[in-house]
Design a protein around this ligand. Structure first.
Ligand SMILES: CC(C)(COP(=O)(O)OP(=O)(O)OC[C@H]1O[C@@H](n2cnc3c(N)ncnc32)[C@H](O)[C@@H]1OP(=O)(O)O)[C@@H](O)C(=O)NCCC(=O)NCCS
Length: 391
């Protein structure tokens, strides 16, 4: 494969409002995201031209509803196309995007919808925590009572111990992402937070506090992707996906080679960079998986935005702020935009699509041409990295 050759092109994208969407089922939320994608692309007749749907959805426990592919296809007005659910914990919709890329590259389909959805907020925090924990190892993690805040707290303490990363540096990630989220009308929590407030918030799993955690959120996201050769039929400004990587790791954190880095993310990034013919220095804007603030710091290092152990310094120097050298999580990230787990992967791609097509309004990054999305499943047993380029 030629380096930098478009694999597929994004011709439209949609995102529901993220937040507490009371009284709505996941299928209705997905329909909102699909409608935005259809409205944005008047040259496309969805019913006639979309040939398949891949949708990321983590858990049937939230709504006691499985069979998500067909359910959301119906509500998006896409009956009777093949509709397939992908599940890879919090990376479920990056997996849907990969499946869509494979489907188009195979030559079987020209136009495909990929997306994701999760409805979480009607359940109590303890129920959600238990459902989420199913994406960790049952016999040696869940059974002993550890939950995701606890697992990421282990990574945080290991990172602090090994590299001297501080609680202040973790809180700076929250301050940055809440600032970006305050500029995003679709974000769950559109409010700034001060360093003092983040640092004095209650402990969830030491050293992680309330403001180190992502939000429990309802939401959906989708993209319409096509063969690159036909993209101009639908839009003057297609965004090409030029790199795609995905890898897995042991489900149990105790089996991993490191607590301060995610091997699956490093492998995915290497694959995506090589395919795209792009180096970390070539990225203009990135959405990374900040399910906890420590995860964003580790992502900087795994993606090569800085050396191992220097993620804390990168945030401290302000390099990943909206006006910094490499703006990260301009959408507000999982921290402030929210984390409806199944929807997160394609919601990250949606933000990159907005940035590269200059539709990001008050959070627009000037002259952004190449973007990256980094999505992690669970505590790192899945990771996927995609690289996007405008023409
Ligand atoms: C951190 C967490 C436990 C807080 O849940 P909670 O204690 O039940 O909090 P509540 O929902 O009762 O909310 C209490 C207040 O905190 C706020 N809040 C809740 N979660 C928040 C978060 N993550 N960041 C900032 N504020 C938050 C609420 O808006 C509410 O504010 P208000 O009193 O002004 O209305 C929960 O958000 C959580 O589990 N997050 C992580 C989700 C996760 O693990 N995702 C998968 C990652 S792999």
């Amino acid at each position: 494969m030629l380096k930098g050759k478009p694999l597929v092109s994004i011709v439209s994208a949609g995102l529901s409002k993220f937040g507490k969407l009371e009284g709505l089922y996941a299928r209705e939320i997905f329909a909102q995201a699909a409608k935005e994608a259809f409205d944005r692309c008047p040259n496309l007749d969805p019913k006639k031209e979309i040939q398949a749907l891949f949708v990321g959805h983590m858990g049937e426990s939230y709504e006691h509803q499985g069979h998500t592919g067909s359910t959301v296809a119906d509500w998006a007005g896409l009956l009777h196309i093949p509709a397939i659910r992908t599940e890879a914990a919090c990376a479920s919709s990056a997996a849907a995007l990969r499946a869509g890329i494979f489907a188009v590259l195979s030559g079987l389909f020209d136009v495909v919808m990929v997306g994701g959805v999760e409805k979480m907020t009607h359940r109590t925090t303890s129920e959600v925590t238990e459902f989420l924990a199913m994406a960790s190892d049952f016999p040696f993690e869940q059974w002993h009572g550890i939950t995701f805040p606890g697992l990421f707290a282990l990574m945080a303490t290991a990172h602090m111990h090994k590299y001297g990363t501080t609680e202040e540096q973790l809180a700076m990630v929250a301050v940055k992402n809440h600032h970006n989220g305050s500029l995003n009308p679709k974000a769950h929590m559109q409010k700034e937070v001060t360093l003092e407030k983040a640092l004095s918030s209650r402990f969830i799993a030491w050293p992680l506090k309330l403001y180190d955690c992502s939000l429990i959120t309802d939401g959906a996201s989708c993209l319409i992707i096509t063969k690159p050769e036909i993209a101009k039929k639908y839009t003057d400004l297609p965004i090409h996906i030029i790199g795609s990587g995905q890898a897995s790791d042991s489900i149990g954190m105790y089996e991993r080679e490191s607590l301060t880095s995610l091997t699956a993310a490093k492998i995915s990034a290497k694959q995506a960079y090589e395919m795209a013919g792009v180096k970390p220095e070539g990225i203009d804007v990135a959405e990374v998986h900040d399910c906890f603030t420590i995860a964003e710091i580790i992502a900087y290092e795994d993606l090569g935005f800085c050396k191992p152990g220097e993620g804390g310094q990168l945030i401290e120097r302000g390099e990943t702020k909206l006006d910094g050298r490499l703006p990260v999580n301009t959408s507000g990230g999982l921290k402030s935009k929210g984390h409806p787990v199944g929807a997160t992967g394609t919601a990250q791609a949606y933000e990159i699509y907005l940035q590269l097509t200059e539709q990001a309004d008050r959070r627009q990054v000037k002259d952004a041409k190449i973007g990256l999305a980094h999505n992690v499943g669970g505590s790192g047993a899945t990771a996927a990295v995609h690289i996007f380029r405008r023409e």
